[in-house]
Ligand binder design. Structure first.
Ligand code: FES
Length: 127
């Protein structure tokens, strides 16, 4: 990529600033926004607290599998949490049931059900 060109991530990388490095180097934004980093691309977005991982991925222009309209039913939106799992709310009964019904691996969270309260890094098996 030549200098100044828009990266393949749609330009979202620059939104997170140069100070955000590899896993674990996240910071809270004073305006109650959090950083969501997507690996392996490294695409990064800052979103308001309360934004689901699915919506954050959409803002980063990353494809997310889903078949239920983000209703927590299909289990297709499973994401692996690589860093920042401490800032995630616990799994609800609905999420646990959807994961079990759809054979979603235990270590994944349903992106449409999870709204992190602090910075996270995530991936999916198909990115
Ligand atoms: S999009 Fe269907 S469970 Fe998340």
């Amino acid at each position: 990529m030549r200098d100044g060109a828009t990266p393949a991530t749609g330009g979202v990388e620059r939104l997170c600033g140069a100070g955000i490095g590899p896993l674990g180097a996240f910071a809270y934004d004073a305006r109650m926004q959090i950083t969501v980093r997507f690996l392996p691309s490294g695409a990064c977005v800052r979103v308001p607290v309360g934004t689901t991982l699915l919506e954050a991925a959409r803002r980063a222009s990353l494809p997310i599998a889903r078949a239920c309209g983000a209703d927590g039913i299909c289990g297709r939106c499973g994401m692996e949490i690589l860093a920042g799992a401490d800032g995630l709310p616990p799994e609800t009964r609905r999420e646990l049931d959807a994961k079990r019904r759809n054979r979603v691996p235990e270590h994944q969270r349903l992106a449409c059900r999870v709204a992190p309260t602090s910075a996270v890094a995530v991936t999916t098996p198909y990115w």
